[in-house]
Design a binder for this molecule. Structure first.
Ligand SMILES: N[C@@H](CCC(=O)N[C@@H](CS)C(=O)NCC(=O)O)C(=O)O
Length: 227
């Protein structure tokens, strides 16, 4: 299997974790990315497969797929063990909803923090305007942390046993912390879950790869991973 990925691509790293959790062998192709030019020049294979031109993209035999959520669902169908989704329809739907919550609902405020890994622009007024938006987004993220904390009361994982929901939500929480967003303080169940999930070998490996890529590519972020 081939995975077209970005060094600091939240959604590609989400797929990488799922592949590692399932113990699947894959060849990782890192597409060009810089903090100033983004995903340019575009990788021609990615462009041929994904009309959106985005990573992640996987190629498995004669199947080419894009979109991290679709890819995780395919991996579950094609390689069911170890399972990353509950079997019962309602539990499975709840797990998918949490994936959507991470990828779409949490991403909405998270986007406003993304400029922080870019080099400071010459136009400082632009940076101030971006920071204003980021400061407005941070309480929204804190509220989402509180919601997740409530869901995790009395349970080790979001859907009972470890699942795709933990992967997607972990990525959104990790990205928030990486971008200097709110801390996990006061959200004890969420903080314990975060520590538990980070210690899984698939996550530990991917976290180390992202931090190494940041050291090479990204501007240092004030307040990143604050306690
Ligand atoms: N919903 C998509 C989002 C993919 C996405 O946003 N990919 C980013 C990198 S994390 C990308 O390729 N961005 C470049 C662009 O949008 O032009 C997924 O889950 O795979």
């Amino acid at each position: 299997m081939k995975l077209y990925s970005g060094p600091v691509s939240l959604f590609s790293r989400k797929v990488e974790i799922a592949l590692r959790e399932k113990g699947l062998a894959f060849e990782q192709i890192l597409v060009p990315f810089t903090q100033t030019k983004g995903y340019s020049p575009r990788n021609p294979e990615v462009m041929a497969i994904n009309p959106k031109g985005q990573v992640p993209v996987i190629v498995d035999g004669d199947l080419s797929l894009y979109d991290s959520t679709l890819i995780l669902e395919y991996l579950e169908d094609a390689y069911p063990e170890p399972a990353l989704f509950p079997k019962a329809p309602a539990e499975r739907a709840r797990c998918r909803l949490l994936d959507l919550f991470a990828d779409e609902v949490m991403l909405a405020p998270l986007r406003f923090l993304m400029h922080r890994t870019e080099p400071k622009p010459d136009d400082l007024a632009r940076r101030d305007a971006q920071e204003l938006k980021a400061r407005e987004a941070e309480p929204v993220l804190s509220g989402q942390f509180a919601e997740l904390d409530r869901k995790l009361q009395g349970r080790d994982y979001l859907c009972g046993t470890f699942s795709a929901a933990d992967i997607a939500v972990f990525m959104a929480v990790f990205w928030t912390r990486r971008l200097g967003g709110p801390s996990l303080k006061g959200h004890d169940a969420l903080a314990s879950w975060y520590t538990r999930v980070s210690a899984r070998p698939a996550f530990a490996k991917v976290i180390a790869e992202i931090l190494a890529a940041d050291a090479e590519l990204s501007a240092p972020v004030e307040g990143a991973f604050r306690e």
